[in-house]
Design a protein around this ligand. Sequence first.
Ligand SMILES: [Zn+2]
Length: 65
Amino acid sequence: MIFAAGFVFVFVILLFYNMKFRDRRLCRWREYRQGGVSRWTCIHCGAETEGTPGTPPKLCLRDHI
Ligand SMILES: [Zn+2]
């Protein structure tokens, strides 16, 4: 019985872990350099943002379109 409870506990932890990092996994940023700044385009959700060259955005913007 205690084994089953432990199994459920691990399952719930994994579920929360996936929810927390789901957005970051989905985003793949492609960089278009424009002088001093870069335009970053996500090839998954099509989001566009401007940022520092060489440093992709950390968050997926698919929920903010
Ligand atoms: Zn995205």
